[in-house]
Design a protein around this ligand. Structure first.
Ligand code: UDP
Length: 411
């Protein structure tokens, strides 16, 4: 069997004060007709990155409203993860194509995992490209199959898309964050396509309210001088997240504001062989600057620490050059922090330039907006407040749960 993941319990009632009564009532009404629906989520990893972040909240809440939801993680080895990382990169636009042998590895692991999936599900939701090939081997195991895409498919490598479209076209539904991501070959007007952006859990340890004192207490333990300004980016060590562009921006800021510090906080995923190499490259790029703090989960940086860094930072950055959605964006805005993000993928959905943060396309612009925020604390406060309200209305988990229940209702 695939590895089942224990997700614990959450109660929808606890979200009422944040999401509002009408949304909670709507969810309950939708859930009434779905009592006992058996829903399986399949993903490639239970740790690191946005997918696992979402499932740890969404699945307990689905269970709380009466659905029987489970999560199973596919089994893979390094050869598979090497291929799926390259596939991920190609789908986000890297010109490198996968070789015939690499596609064989992809197919072999998908076939093997398909036979391991248990049967009898009303709905099987397959997350992201890694397990997208399981359906065709065992369509009988789910009455309805949904492929959920979490990545930025706005300008993909066409050969990778050509290979994926026949696989995902067999699903009853495909769900994307943005209309822009729907591959033309799938047919934009296609019946089964749904557009649903993800959401963050305001009550998780990563996003729950942390006092400024607690945030600085935690950051202090990682060597941050909490009396000096801090720029911060939280993200996997991945070229698309552009940590080196963030270092470039920090260096420009430092010329004018020598006391500024930078924290790059990045978890390392087990299915990400490129991650360590890129981590080392980023370390080398920082060139021993004592005011650049590069931390990862192997330094004991977990959810609370991420919360502390996001809460403490004077500017939170997500300078991605591709970004499916960017949960880190909503995480920062939810903490009412002044935010600067790359003008790509799902980031503009969360940030209106000049209103709820700034959108930038170069390290120079990023430095310029950082300096503005650091010099005008009132501007930062105003951006942060509007950003938080935008997230409260659009990007908290109850809204995502509602959208899934609507899709389940369509049976
Ligand atoms: N994250 C974390 N620790 C880190 C780096 C990232 O917990 O050191 C979390 C981050 O807070 C967010 C998720 O991983 O919840 C990343 O999701 P996002 O959508 O931003 O990007 P993805 O990794 O899926 O491309």
């Amino acid at each position: 069997m695939l590895q089942p993941i224990a997700v614990g319990q959450k109660s929808l009632a606890g979200y009422t004060h944040l999401a509002g009564r009408p949304l909670i009532a709507e969810i309950k009404e939708l859930a009434e007709g779905l009592e006992g629906l058996r829903v399986l989520h399949v993903s490639a990893t239970a740790f690191g990155g946005g997918v696992s972040e979402i499932l740890y909240t969404l699945i307990p809440l689905m269970n709380d409203v009466g659905i029987e939801a489970e999560w199973q993680v596919m089994l893979g080895r390094e050869e598979f993860y090497n291929v799926t990382k390259r596939l991920h990169n190609a789908l986000q636009g890297n010109p490198d194509e996968l070789s015939a042998d690499e596609w064989k590895v992809f197919d072999r692991y998908n076939a093997m995992n398909a036979t391991e999936i248990t049967g009898g599900w009303d709905v099987i939701i397959v997350h992201d490209p890694q397990p997208a090939g399981v359906r065709r081997h065992v369509p009988e195991k789910g009455a309805r199959w949904i492929w959920r895409c979490h990545i930025d498919l706005s300008s993909p490598n066409e050969s990778a898309v050509e290979h994926m479209v026949p696989l995902i076209g067999e699903y009853d539904n495909t769900v994307f964050h943005l209309q822009d991501y729907v591959p033309a070959a799938l047919g934009a007007g296609r019946d089964g396509v749904r557009i649903v952006p993800p959401a963050i859990d305001p009550l998780s340890p990563k996003n729950m309210a942390l006092s400024p004192e607690d945030a600085s207490f935690v950051c202090d333990q990682f060597g941050i001088d909490v009396d000096r300004p801090l720029m911060c980016q939280v993200s996997r060590f991945d070229p698309w997240k552009d940590p080196m562009g963030v270092i470039d921006a920090y260096r420009v800021v430092k010329r004018d504001l020598p006391e500024v510090q930078l924290a790059l906080v990045g978890s390392m995923a087990l299915d990400d062989p490129e991650g360590w190499e890129f981590f080392n490259t980023t370390m080398a790029y920082a060139d021993g600057d004592p005011d650049v703090h590069i931390l990862n989960n192997f330094n004991n940086v977990g959810a609370i620490e991420v919360n502390a860094f996001q809460s403490q930072a004077d500017v939170v950055i997500q300078k991605s050059t591709r970004e499916g959605f960017g949960l880190t964006v909503s995480e920062a805005l939810w903490k009412a922090r002044p935010f600067i993000g790359g003008d790509v993928g799902g980031i503009p959905l969360q940030v209106e330039d000049g209103e709820t943060g700034f959108l930038v396309s170069s390290p120079e612009d990023c430095a310029d907006r950082s300096l503005r925020i650091l010099r005008e604390p009132d501007l930062g406060k105003q951006l942060g407040r509007s950003g938080k309200e935008h997230v409260r209305r659009n990007f908290l988990t109850p809204r995502l749960l509602r959208d899934w229940l609507r899709i389940f209702q369509e049976r």
